[in-house]
Design a protein around this ligand. Sequence first.
Ligand SMILES: [Zn+2]
Length: 480
Amino acid sequence: MHRYQVPSNPCQTTVLRRMCMSSLLTASLLASVPAQAKNVIFFLGDGMGISTVTAARIFAGQAQGANGEEYSLAFDKFPNLALIKTYNSNAQVPDSAGTVTALVTGEKTRIGVLGINASVERDDCANALKNTLPTLAEMAEQAGMATGVISTARITHATPAGLYAHTPNRNWESSASTPNEAEALGCYDIARQLVEMPHGDGLDVILGGGRREFLPAQTADPEYPSRSGLRDDGRNLIDEWLAADNNRQYAWQGDTFAQWLAAPEAQSGQLMGLFEPSHMQYEADRAKDPGKEPSLKAMTALAVKQLAGREEGYFLLVEAGRIDHAHHFSNAYRALADTVALSDAVQWAVENVDLQETLILVTADHSHTMTISGYPRRGNPILGVVETEPGKPTLDAQGNPYTTLSYANGPGYKKRPPNFSDMDPQNPNYQQLSTVPLPSETHAGEDVAAFAIGVNADAVRGVMEQNRLFKVMHDALLQR
Ligand SMILES: [Zn+2]
């Protein structure tokens, strides 16, 4: 017959109300407010799926004479991990443009577009202009923070462009590839959006490839004089960027970069280094570059040197952009070497930034179709044929040896059946076999990993939608 009574609440007494309110508030703040970071370094391995991480770990360990399976990449040692769901708003298997938009704006969007929401169809300039999404780099600039972008791909390629560009087509990298009708409506090319970035004073450190997107078609490339710029509007965006501020410096040569890096103090103004007309070299080919282009680790070190002086903190994106390209070519060697180069850059950061005030996040935008299979013995060369005992290859149903690494699709189908007398599978140029014949291997749709260390790293856990990683970085950096 008695109705359930709500327990009496001590906070309802006048005397205690004030104290209770403040302690409840404190408790809720402790539960919901993320730790505040001064800086965020966001490392992105383009196409660095989990099988790539595993294979690169073995590859790196074997390069040091070990079996390899037990080896750890720099981010393998991070305390916080999550699985990340990478799909785009309209694609089960995503591309880098839709995924970077999720990562740096907090909203999933369509495949192939940058910095605009999912309501806009690809190529729809008029609607793109009305549906832009602010990016983490823009927000950081507006908050007075320092910002930087590094990529081994063209700096106008999808992932780095995600920080500063808003466009209904990721391929509109220069005026030549942007339709005149779109330009007439106000949809400008990605290179132009970089040098005209209206937020704060624009990105403070810009290091990567892609000079041709900034240079007019009449201008010869300084490193490869037989090549020229791509722009059809006659503008030299590098000269324009320099002219806008006397303190800015630009380099295309590794020697100038090395001077900046070796100088005892940071350079006083903003820096741009564009080291190749298109993408930078793969790590495996970098030593042969005529312009002596820098490593991802060295670029990370220069960027941190430049950005760390800012009282308000900094946001830096470091992309290993060519893991993806090597996979598209079914060339596992270069994909793994570029993954190890990313690990080296991450290791540098872990050793040289203060993790009490910095969040380091490492993830991939999407996976690739490479798989690690068969029953190779412990320590079997990761690029080699499957052997249960040295010198005794396991044979497939047609009597042929096969490699541990292969692809679900891609150009490697041309190598079927495998003829290892033509090329050893451990040759850096070897293209692994693929099952479905395609001219270019595709991305894969399974989850990728995210690895975090430092301030607010414990927010990276469980199975997360990709756009939630934006919130982890944003809450750490900008919720003050
Ligand atoms: Zn790709």
